[in-house]
Design a binder for this molecule. Structure first.
Ligand SMILES: [Fe+2]
Length: 265
């Protein structure tokens, strides 16, 4: 029997393929390390939610926020390993990898020099760090710090720039970050308006000018900060085109984390 596949069918199939193969590069699903999952039951609830949403790969990125969440590469790995074993015992169909969301701080310099940062994959030959700025402002000297990281062959992925008040008030920060070589990771729920009007408005600009490189859930709990990417995927498809949605939720995350998932699986 000859099956003739129309262009429309191919487009639909590709959209469905991406919709059910999304890669989440920012999540707080490891138990009891930060303000994300409180225990393993919450971790499993978040992972189940992600699987039901069409997510096949999750990078766990607990906070390294010195003085607040004093996590280290070692205690993160211990929790990661235990959760990964538990997920396997439950036959949950998901791949996990490990990194961290690192709060900008002078003390990070030591962690980098001593190779104590769990990186979020590779961009070309560079290691990538998922870097969080304070929500209230962009700290003085942030540009020098990013330049210093670049000299160490480290590319900055800026976590949720749309939620930073300085950037909301002065969008020229976006160009400055791009010129410094940063990649931008937008939060899925900001795109769909669940993080307030200001974050939504800034997302519109970021997506319109195709400044974003990744979309991720930044999941913390199933109700208010869920492990859901499909709504953002559909929103981007509808407003900015399927090709960009595919890049943000599948192709770019895959390029970034292919080696990371190989390392941990
Ligand atoms: Fe986060």
């Amino acid at each position: 029997m000859l099956i003739i596949t129309t262009h429309m069918d191919m487009t639909y199939k590709l959209a469905m393929m991406v919709r059910f193969n999304m890669i989440d590069i920012h999540s707080h699903i490891l138990p009891a390390l930060d303000d994300g999952a409180k225990n393993v039951e919450e971790s499993i609830a978040l992972i189940t939610q992600a699987i039901n949403d069409g997510i096949t790969h999750i990078v766990t990125t607990p906070h390294i926020h010195l003085g607040r969440y004093d996590n280290t590469i070692d205690n993160i790995y211990t929790q990661f390993y235990l959760l990964q074993q538990y997920v396997a015992s439950k036959n949950l169909d998901v791949k996990l990898a490990m990194a961290a969301e690192v709060r900008v701080d002078v003390a990070i310099i030591d962690l980098i020099e001593n190779k104590r940062i769990p990186y979020l994959g590779k961009y070309g030959k560079n290691n990538c760090v998922l870097l969080e700025f304070p929500h209230s402002h962009m700290p003085p000297g942030y540009d020098n710090f990013i330049t210093w990281l670049g000299e160490k062959n480290i590319t900055v992925i800026v976590a949720h720039p749309e939620r930073n008040r300085d950037i909301q008030q002065d969008i020229s920060y976006l160009n400055k970050l791009k010129k410094l070589g940063c990649l931008l990771q937008v939060t899925a729920s900001s795109i769909t308006g669940d993080f307030g009007q200001r974050a939504f408005n800034l997302c519109e600009i970021i997506l319109k000018y195709k400044l974003a490189d990744f979309v991720a859930s930044d999941a913390h709990n199933v109700k208010r900060r869920p492990a859901v990417l499909s709504k953002a995927y559909q929103f981007i498809c509808n407003h900015y085109g399927e090709a960009y949605a595919t890049a943000l939720l599948y192709t770019n995350p895959r390029c970034l984390t292919d080696a990371l998932f190989q390392k941990y699986n």
